[in-house]
Design a protein around this ligand. Structure first.
Ligand SMILES: C[S@@+](CC[C@H](N)C(=O)[O-])C[C@H]1O[C@@H](n2cnc3c(N)ncnc32)[C@H](O)[C@@H]1O
Length: 421
C-alpha cells in the first residue's frame, strides 16, 4: 500500500488524497502512513539509487516498492533481514516473477551501503531530498540557513498541542499527561499555550480532548493570536478560516464577534466541528473572500486575519509530499491570489484597524515580495514592527522551521498592517 501511495504521488496526487482512497486495512493504516511519509522524506535519495544501481528500470509499482524498502533499510530502524524478507514476500504476492530481482537489489544495498551513500553525496537532489529548483531557491534566499531548513524539512514532525486557555493552563495539562505516563515540553519561549509531546499519539487517547481542553496545532501557527493584537468586544474577520485552528485559538482568548469565511464548503464544516468540540461560537460562512459584496454588511472590521493559501513550503516536515508536487510556476499563481486577497480584505478593515497577513511559506515570492507590492500601491497601509518574530527569527516576519530546544515550529510568514486615515 505504501508503494501504491508513493507511486501515486509521483503521478501528481497528494499523499493525503491517496491514503484516503486506498483500501488500507485499519490495523495496518498507521504503519502504511509511516512508511509512505518516510519514503517522501527520502525520495530523492532512493530514486537516485534505483536509477544508478538498477540496470533495467522495473515497472512503476516495483520501483515504488524499492523506494519504500530502501528508505526503511537506510533508516536502520528495523532488523534489515526482516525488512528484506517482508519486501520480497510483498512482491511475491503481487508480481511473483520479480521476487528475485528485488531480493538481489536490497541485498546488494546491504553489502554496498557505504558506496551507495557516497555516490548520492554528489547529487544535490539525492543528498537533500528536495527538487533542484527548491534547493536553488532556498540557497539564493537563505545563504546561511538553507542546509538547516532542508534538514528540518526531512525530520518527522513533533506533535504540538494547544491548550485551551479558557479551560486550563499548559502546566495543568502537562500534569494530566504525566498521569497517563506521557512526557511533554512546554514551548514557553514562543507561545504560552503550546507544548510538544515527546511521543506522538492518536488524539483519541489525549486526556480531555473530546471536552475541548486541547487541540493539535503547530507552535508557529499559534503566534497569530498574539500578533493580531485583539481586545474583547472587537469585530474580527478570519478571511481564510478552514479548518479553523486560528479562529478557535483567538476565541479561546477573547470574547469577540468573529466571522470565519471559507471558500471550500467541505473544509468549512471542519471549522464547525472544531468550534463545537471547543464549545466556542463564531459565524461561519462559505464564500469567496474576494467577492466582498456578496458577504460584507458594510460594517468595517477592527481586526482581519488573512491566512492566505500558499505553497506550504514552511510545513514540509508535516506534509513531506508537497515538495514533489509543487512546480516553480505555481508560485506566481499563488502570489497573484495572495495580492488579490490582500487588496480585497483591505477594503473591509476599519481605519485604525490591524490586518495580519500570514502564510505557511518560506518563499520570498509569497511573503516579502507580495507585501512590498501591496504597500507600494496602498498609501494608507503601515507595516508594524513585530518584536515577537524578531526575537525568535531575527527577521521582520519570516519564521523559518526549527527544532531547537524550546523553539520547535514550522515556517511562517507574518506581517501586521495598520490602516491609517
Ligand atoms: C492556509 S489555509 C487556512 C488555515 C486556517 N487559517 C487555520 O489556521 O486553520 C487557507 C484556506 O483558505 C481557503 N481559501 C482560499 N482562497 C479563498 C478565498 N478566496 N476566500 C475564502 N477562503 C479561501 C482555502 O480553502 C483554505 O481552507
Amino acid at each position: 500500500m505504501a508503494a501504491h501511495a508513493a507511486h501515486a504521488v509521483v503521478e501528481g496526487f497528494s499523499l493525503q488524497q491517496v491514503l484516503a482512497v486506498l483500501p488500507i486495512d485499519e490495523v495496518a493504516r498507521p504503519n502504511v502512513q509511516r512508511l509512505s511519509f518516510d519514503v517522501m522524506r527520502y525520495l530523492g535519495l532512493v530514486q537516485f539509487w534505483v536509477q544508478c544501481f538498477v540496470e533495467k528500470p522495473p515497472a512503476p509499482w516495483l520501483q515504488a516498492m524499492l523506494w519504500v524498502s530502501l528508505t526503511q533499510l537506510y533508516l536502520r530502524e528495523e532488523d534489515e533481514f526482516t525488512l528484506v524478507n517482508q519486501a520480497v514476500a510483498a512482491v511475491e504476492a503481487r508480481r511473483p516473477h520479480a521476487k528475485g530481482l528485488v531480493n538481489a537489489i536490497l541485498r546488494r544495498f546491504l553489502r554496498e551501503r557505504d558506496a551507495w551513500e557516497a555516490a548520492a553525496q554528489v547529487d544535490e537532489v539525492a543528498a537533500w531530498n528536495h527538487p533542484q529548483w527548491w534547493i536553488d531557491q532556498l540557497k539564493a534566499q537563505y545563504p546561511d540557513d538553507w542546509q538547516r531548513i532542508l534538514t528540518v524539512n526531512n525530520t518527522r514532525p513533533p506533535m504540538t498541542l494547544r491548550v485551551n486557555a479558557r479551560l486550563m493552563d499548559v502546566a495543568g495539562y502537562q500534569a494530566l499527561l504525566a498521569q497517563d505516563g506521557r512526557e511533554s515540553v512546554a514551548l514557553s519561549n514562543l507561545n504560552g499555550d503550546a507544548l510538544v509531546l515527546s511521543q506522538p499519539c492518536s488524539v483519541s487517547v489525549l486526556p480531555r480532548f473530546a471536552d475541548g481542553v486541547v487541540s493539535v496545532q503547530d507552535a508557529g501557527a499559534q503566534l497569530s493570536t498574539q500578533l493580531l493584537d485583539v481586545q474583547n468586544g472587537m469585530r474580527v474577520l478570519d478571511a481564510c478560516a478552514a479548518p479553523g485552528g486560528k479562529t478557535c485559538h483567538l476565541l479561546e482568548h477573547f470574547d469577540v464577534e468573529l466571522l470565519a469565511l471559507e471558500k471550500d464548503e467541505a473544509r468549512a464544516r471542519r471549522i464547525d466541528e472544531n468550534l463545537l468540540r471547543l464549545n466556542l461560537t463564531a459565524q461561519v460562512q462559505v464564500d469567496d473572500a474576494n467577492l466582498v459584496k456578496s458577504w460584507w454588511d458594510g460594517v468595517p472590521f477592527d481586526r482581519v486575519l488573512l491566512d492566505a493559501p500558499c505553497s506550504a513550503s514552511g510545513i514540509v516536515r508535516r506534509h513531506p509530499d508537497i515538495r514533489w508536487l509543487r512546480e516553480p510556476e505555481d508560485l506566481e499563481g499563488l502570489a497573484k491570489q495572495q495580492r488579490q486577497l490582500l487588496r480585497s480584505m483591505w477594503q473591509v478593515l476599519a481605519v485604525g484597524g490591524r490586518m495580519l497577513y500570514c502564510t505557511c511559506s518560506i518563499f520570498e515570492d509569497e511573503g516579502e515580495s507580495v507585501l512590498a507590492e501591496f504597500l507600494s500601491h496602498t498609501p494608507n497601509a503601515q507595516r508594524m514592527d513585530l518584536p515577537l518574530i524578531r526575537r525568535v527569527a531575527s527577521s521582520d516576519g519570516q519564521l523559518l522551521p526549527r527544532v531547537d530546544d524550546g523553539l520547535n515550529h514550522d515556517g511562517f510568514f507574518y506581517a501586521a498592517l495598520v490602516k491609517v486615515a
